[in-house]
Design a protein around this ligand. Structure first.
Ligand SMILES: [Mg+2]
Length: 253
């Protein structure tokens, strides 16, 4: 015999045990920038203001890097360490937010939603078997500004998102996401309940590092089917346009 409280608890435990947690990458997965290298302007201004130099930022190919990794790579030859970046995290976030807003207001860095992104987020958002969160190398301030501009922030506002200021190593972000979810739901989720959706080998490596599943999507810059297939994601899809098929994949993994 169950009293209503026990029944409620066993129901919710069952739901949590079967929950699929979708961890979304942003750039190349949910959206893309239509200006090549436009982000470099506000990165450069931020680095100059906070550290006095933008180093070799112009030479970097940052696909799949976290924002703090980009900063580190740009300035490591000038002696910058990850420790110094994270010591000044609060200042970095504030300056970055301001510089990004200034650059966007001056000449814009238009973002466009990738096809199907809105539909799959809406479908998973209203399905109790799924929960959406971000696993992104973007700083929180950048992620919010970008997603607000294309009206996708509503799916992630208040979610246990893992952002680029947590670590310069993308692999650490999945571990952080796991921790945040366990805390929020007061439940011990299994790593394989998490599904990372991303467009680069780094996303797949990050999922594997944590023990999560991974869906790779072929809408990123500088990526090929061969390169992503080599990393053996659990599923490799062209884009996000087939909502039904995606729901099936997420449920099956
Ligand atoms: Mg990406």
């Amino acid at each position: 015999m169950h009293d209503s409280h026990t029944l409620h608890n066993s129901q919710s435990k069952n739901l949590l045990q079967n929950l699929r947690i979708l961890l979304w990458d942003i750039d190349g997965t949910l959206m893309r920038s239509t200006v090549q290298g436009g982000y470099k302007k506000y990165f450069s201004r931020t680095l100059q203001k906070v550290f006095g130099s933008a180093g070799n930022l112009d030479d970097l190919v940052p696909s799949g890097m976290t924002d703090t990794q980009i900063m580190y790579e740009a300035l490591k030859s000038e002696g910058l360490t990850p420790e110094r970046i994270f010591e000044r995290k609060e200042e970095l976030l504030e300056v970055f937010k301001t510089e990004m807003a200034t650059v966007l207001a001056e000449n814009g860095e238009p973002y466009e939603k990738l096809a199907g992104a809105d539909e799959i987020l809406a479908a998973t958002d209203e399905n109790p078997n799924f929960v959406n969160a971000l696993l992104t190398g973007n700083l929180s301030v950048a992620a919010q500004a970008k997603l607000q501009s294309i009206d996708l922030w509503k799916y992630f506002d208040g979610a246990p998102n893992a952002f680029g200021e947590v670590s310069h190593r993308r692999n650490d972000l999945a571990t952080e996401a796991g921790k945040l979810f366990n805390e929020k739901y007061d439940f011990d989720f299994k790593p394989e309940q998490f599904i990372v959706i991303g467009d680069t080998p780094n996303d797949i490596a990050c999922a594997r590092h944590f023990g999560a599943k991974c869906v790779a999507v072929l809408t990123g810059k500088n990526q090929t089917r061969e390169k992503l297939a080599e990393c053996q994601p659990d599923a490799l899809i062209e884009d996000l346009t087939d909502t039904e098929k995606l729901l099936e994949i997420f449920a099956r993994l």
